[in-house]
Design a protein around this ligand. Sequence first.
Ligand SMILES: [Zn+2]
Length: 244
Amino acid sequence: MSILDKIQVQLSPNHNERIGGGPDMLLLHYTGMETGEGALARLCDPVAQVSAHYLVFEDGRIVSMVDEERRAWHAGVASWAGEVDINSRSIGIEIVNAGHELGYPDFPEVQIESVVALSADIVERHSISTPRVLAHSDVAPGRKADPGEKFPWGLLAEAGVGHWVAPVEPIDGPVLNVGDRGDQVAELQYQLADYGYGISVDGWFGDVTAQVVTAFQRHFRPGLVDGAADLSTVGTLRLLRDAR
Ligand SMILES: [Zn+2]
């Protein structure tokens, strides 16, 4: 018996009609609250106006809150590949974890096993392409850090969920950072935008560029998350684009 045969249901009233076609994106979050029960209550509270399709507890328990056909309210102001109604395009999974502001504990193995099984099932049923399995931080880099650099994207990729390559090892060399201008900054911005990130190509490494580089690192080069585009970050981005 698979974990998916044991999904519990606690319906949230927080959803509406999807605009456009069915979901073609999977978005992963952490709850960022003290307890899973507290998160479940909030995600089902009509006053809170937030929800997700699923909640995965630390012990691996999965709760279904919104029908996959409906538009759950988890992404907020966001963008990916030029689209801004991410809720209409996506299925959202909230993973119980206290988050960066409350100590950011490790994700238990049994919890990740459930996330992998659930995600693999979703991407197969909806034919979601691997590069469209994303972190909340990827689509809202200025506001969100979840599920964060401890989330094991590599393990998910081994199960066929999400696009991922082994990050390039840190090496000495030039680093693009806040305040830099020029063609190399523009090229970095172009590659990030081409991958899907909401960033304009203006050749100026400002706060937005630093936020997007930080989001990229949380997902794809988690060993060092500092917002500076070093050779390892740039090289990992190149590998990722080549492997698409
Ligand atoms: Zn989130």
